[in-house]
Design a protein around this ligand. Structure first.
Ligand code: MG
Length: 220
């Protein structure tokens, strides 16, 4: 459970799952030599990976290449399955900022061997979130600058207009597979510029219109 600032007070977030889209920005797919998917594709992170704003991301023992990925995240407000794209906005509670922390070395090994990504993506502290959630009615998620700095230096600088799929399409496709529950989180994928983090790095990340997220990285 983590807290987010929502409509002037603390909101305790209790997601049943965190769904993460992949390769949703063409330039990021290219930088990792991946094909662009024809429809939204996704994987899961466990809720135990969540970390509040201001927290410490721990580099797990044996992880040599921890990467940052800044992402626009959707918080679901209403249960639904087989949600039609045109009805999807009714199911969004809020938008927030997240980091999809990734052990790129473990992920690359998994890709080569055809193994799942759960380990590369699912360690404790690998899903920093917040500090603020903006109600869906108060924000259009399109056309927003999305950025990330490491020790004050800009590393990712994109725009949500470059997302290959509208958020409604993502919600519709995911809900054909799994029922979306209130407080479930959808991470919409990262723009180009992902890269490694080391012990002591300070990461700030933001999306225009939402308060920025800040975390520190520490080795085990
Ligand atoms: Mg990601």
């Amino acid at each position: 459970m983590v807290k987010l600032m929502f409509q002037g007070s603390d909101h305790e977030l209790r997601p049943s799952k965190i769904i993460c889209l992949l390769r949703t920005y063409a330039a990021h797919a290219r930088e990792l030599s991946n094909e662009i998917p024809k429809r939204p594709r996704f994987f899961l992170k466990p809720p135990s990976s969540l970390l509040e704003n201001g927290g410490v991301v721990r580099i797990p023992e044996g992880v040599e290449n921890l990467h940052h990925e800044v992402e626009l995240a959707i918080v679901i407000g209403k249960r639904g399955r087989h949600i039609r794209e045109e009805d999807s906005l009714d199911h969004i509670k809020a938008y927030t900022v997240m980091l999809d922390m990734t052990s790129r070395d473990i992920q690359n090994e998994a890709r080569e061997k055809g193994l799942p990504w759960a380990e590369a993506k699912g360690y404790d502290t690998f899903a920093p979130i917040g500090p603020e959630a903006i109600p869906s009615g108060a924000m259009d998620p399109g056309g927003r600058r999305i950025w990330l700095k490491v020790n004050g230096e800009i590393r990712q600088d994109g725009n949500t207009d470059l997302l290959l799929f509208p958020v409604g399409r993502m919600i519709s496709e995911i809900s054909r597979v799994m029922t979306l529950e209130e407080d479930d989180i959808i991470m919409t994928g990262t723009p180009a510029g992902v890269g490694p983090l080391v012990d002591g790095d300070v990461v700030e990340a933001g999306i225009d219109g939402i308060a920025p997220l800040k975390i520190t990285v520490k080795s085990n």
